[in-house]
Write a protein that binds this ligand. Structure first.
Ligand SMILES: C[S@@+](CC[C@H](N)C(=O)[O-])C[C@H]1O[C@@H](n2cnc3c(N)ncnc32)[C@H](O)[C@@H]1O
Length: 221
């Protein structure tokens, strides 16, 4: 990327690469304000505003709690921007397991964001729903950030998934869940999810972030 292109990216986004994706329609590497990000067809997928939204969630969990964690699971990795935030901004160098279904997005992550050089990262190309129902490992923090373009799979709103998350968390562990609320139907869907999870988790905090994201912070007993 030349210096001139970088400068131009402060005026308008520059498309760097576009590939077809069977899961997300298409994936695009774009430069905005001198920085690369990944977009799916209709939403920002990794880095950019998505990274800022998840950072807000981690900040709300708080440094004291974060510093007590011994390991992390990330369901939905894409370019790995939350992993960068955990390492760079929160200085947490504990083991991270990542589960991502789309090998194409991981190809972009490796090429443009050096995800394959990330330290202490165990990356699995797998379906997060299969992984969470089968794993015997447990974690202090689970980040759930699963989208197919702008669609959230229905499984994310089923009780069986949240019971699996509960079982995969260590005692006093935390789940950070990223959701989209851009319609009345989605507002109602999140209300139902809140109700469901009140019966499972010790505490629930909800945070609206920029534009259309709503984060849930769910703490286990
Ligand atoms: C918003 S992106 C994740 C961004 C990432 N957390 C970050 O910090 O940059 C959503 C990701 O969920 C992945 N995904 C969708 N369905 C999945 C599934 N069933 N299992 C694992 N990953 C899935 C998509 O391929 C996409 O890469």
């Amino acid at each position: 990327m030349t210096r001139l292109k970088k400068l131009i990216s402060y005026l308008y986004p520059i498309r760097v690469k576009q590939i077809p994706s069977s899961r997300s329609g298409q994936l695009e590497i774009t430069m905005v304000n001198g920085k690369l990000l990944i977009d799916a067809e209709h939403v920002n997928y990794s880095y950019g505003n998505l990274q800022k939204a998840l950072k807000k969630g981690l900040t709300a969990i708080g440094e004291t709690k974060l510093n007590s964690f011994k390991n992390i699971l990330v369901l939905g990795v894409a370019g790995g921007s939350v992993i960068e935030t955990i390492r760079r901004d929160f200085k947490l160098h504990i083991p991270i397991t990542g589960v991502e279904i789309d090998a194409d997005v991981i190809g972009l992550a490796n090429e443009y964001f050096n995800l394959d050089k990330a330290q202490n990262l165990d990356l699995k190309i797998d379906d997060a729903f299969d992984y969470i129902s089968n794993t015997k490992d447990t974690f202090d923090l689970i980040i759930v950030d699963i989208f197919n373009d702008e669609q959230m799979p229905d499984n994310l709103f089923n009780k069986v998934f949240w019971v699996d998350i509960y079982k995969t968390l260590n005692s006093n562990g935390v789940c950070l869940f990223n959701s989209i609320v851009s319609s009345n139907r989605e507002i109602e869907r999140n209300q139902q999810l809140h109700k469901l999870n009140k019966g499972i988790f010790k505490s629930i905090q909800r945070i609206k972030t920029q534009k259309i994201n709503e984060l849930f912070i769910l703490e286990r007993d």
